[in-house]
Write a protein that binds this ligand. Sequence first.
Ligand code: SIN
Length: 288
Amino acid sequence: MSDLEVCPFDAPLGAEIRGVDISKPLSPSAVETIRTAWHDHLVLLFRDQDMSDAQHFAFTAQFGTLDYPPELLLAIAAGEVRVEDEPMAINVISNVIENGKPIGVLGNGEAFWHSDSTFVEIPPAASLLRSLEVPDSGGDTYFMNMYQALETLPDELRQAIKGKSSKHDAAYSSSGKRRPQFTELDPSKSAGPIHPLERTHPDTGRKSLYLGRRLGSYIVGLPLDESEDLLNRIWAHVTEGDFIWAQQWRVGDLVWWDNRCAMHRRDAFDPNVRRTMHRTQLAGDRPY
Ligand code: SIN
């Protein structure tokens, strides 16, 4: 008899999964219970998980194909590396500097609302972030339910986005840093995959708003100023809305989110305090 329990939060999204050691192989029924909880609750929290990177990869792989970290996805999309030559890598998110070099990405600053790696044609289906060192305060991660963001969109905006798509260029990281290899400043002219603003989740069949990130975004077919105006109105709706759950990290937490119907952001934290996370990703298998 399994002790596995799905405990939904009193929030627009998220559930804690209790009674399971995810460092060990799961039974088929545990895999199905967790998969269903992922689809139902969008974000899952597993606490007190003491695991290695190899166990983190093995846990993830029970739910699908592993995907690469963002910078490698970009290099693969640009043809700079060949997928068959590239070993799977853990994505280290950290402000720690060792021997004068950052051990990970993002530093201690805020990360703005985004979905991961929507600048590739088939973005990851999920990200699984595990905490190794955390500050006492700051560095919380917030998640937004994008089904609700769409369902509560005023009629006028819902009509305005009908049938429209946006460009997801890779010019900016989630901390707002410009990637130097992207030189085109006008988002209507930059390169990047086009995704529908209203998308259908391939597993749940539910529709959600799909924005990627605000910086560098452009609604295809509109003059740039109209695209900016419409994006500003959509983003005002989502950021003023109440579709959010916040994760306050403890060491040993693993948070898994659905990258297709949830966005996330992170608070800044004290640069003198260490915060290190390791992340795996599950590849998407269908665009929508
Ligand atoms: C991210 O924005 O993907 C990182 C989240 C975090 O560091 O909490």
